[in-house]
Design a protein around this ligand. Structure first.
Ligand code: GLN
Length: 278
């Protein structure tokens, strides 16, 4: 079978996906270890029976709904390729807004200390570290398996200014105070209907769901952060699109200043921040 036919067949099997053609191409590239341009440059290249078998397996899993990032075990974030497994949340494009907001709070040529809570693949810390060589970052996760993935990702990008620590939110051994605390915690309500649709079905619930209103972990982080921020330090949080008001209110009740909310690419509330002045 030739590349062109393999892609066409797979596209038909993936009709339920709204990106069937792209899915088919990305999966075939992962089997052939090539770029997508290769498929268009050599459409008549024949596939070996082993390649066809591997491709068919991936297409069948995709047809069942498994996320592309799990099938090819990687995802691009902040122009960095990251390893992804079923132990971690798949990094989302909107989380880059959180990274940009964090970078805006961190001077370029000045050392600063950062704490990331719930790092998953390490995406946020790795993106910050790659743009701020003088940052000294501690990144936590409650899951050992996630920390292993994050550590591998940091190593593959040759970053040695991130220390990975197993911890439940602020329950960190030898906890310090920081210039910036950042987190994309779980924030989906436990009865949100989206949990039974699409990619999230295959992601760890511990990275997604946080109580009745989706605010349980955000509450722990906001109330706990002030004890661990240096004067003028920043707290930056990703949250659900309907949680902006609640988060701003929580920041205010906890005496944060300079509070604001940033919109995501769909113009929805997604990231809120506040500064600790005292
Ligand atoms: N943004 C993710 C989603 O809506 C959720 C990530 C999270 O809970 N931190 O699927």
């Amino acid at each position: 079978m030739q590349i062109v036919d393999a892609v066409k067949n797979a596209q038909q099997k993936l009709v339920k996906s709204d990106s069937a053609r792209l899915d088919a191409e990305v999966l075939l590239c992962s089997v052939l270890k090539c770029e997508r341009t290769h498929l268009y440059t050599y459409p008549e290249q024949s596939l070996s029976s082993k390649e066809i078998r591997s491709f068919d397996e991936l297409v069948a899993l995709r047809a069942q709904g498994h996320p592309i990032a799990h099938l090819i075990q990687k995802k691009e974030f902040w122009s960095l390729e990251l390893k992804v497994t079923t132990d971690t949340l798949i990094p989302r494009p909107e989380t880059e807004i959180l990274v940009q907001a964090a970078l805006n709070c961190i001077p370029n040529e000045t050392p600063c200390s950062i704490l990331e809570l719930g790092t998953g693949t390490g995406a946020i810390s790795i993106a910050i570290a790659s743009d701020r060589q003088l940052a000294n970052i501690t990144a936590t996760d409650i899951k050992h398996s996630a920390l292993q993935v994050a550590q591998l990702n940091a190593e593959s990008h040759h970053l040695n200014n991130i220390t990975f620590v197993k911890a439940n939110w602020f329950d960190i051994k030898n906890i310090d105070t920081y210039d910036l605390i950042v987190s994309n915690p779980p924030y989906i309500s436990n009865d949100d209907p989206h949990l039974v649709q699409g990619d999230v079905r295959f992601e760890p619930e511990s990275a997604l769901v946080s109580g009745k209103e989706g605010l349980d972990d955000l509450y722990i982080i906001i109330t706990g952060a002030k004890k661990h921020l240096n004067t003028n330090g920043w707290l930056l949080l990703e949250h659900g699109f309907q949680q902006g008001k609640a988060i701003r209110q929580l920041l205010e009740e906890n005496n944060f200043s300079t509070i604001s909310t940033l919109k995501d690419y769909s113009n929805l509330d997604r990231v809120s921040l506040g500064q600790w002045l005292s």
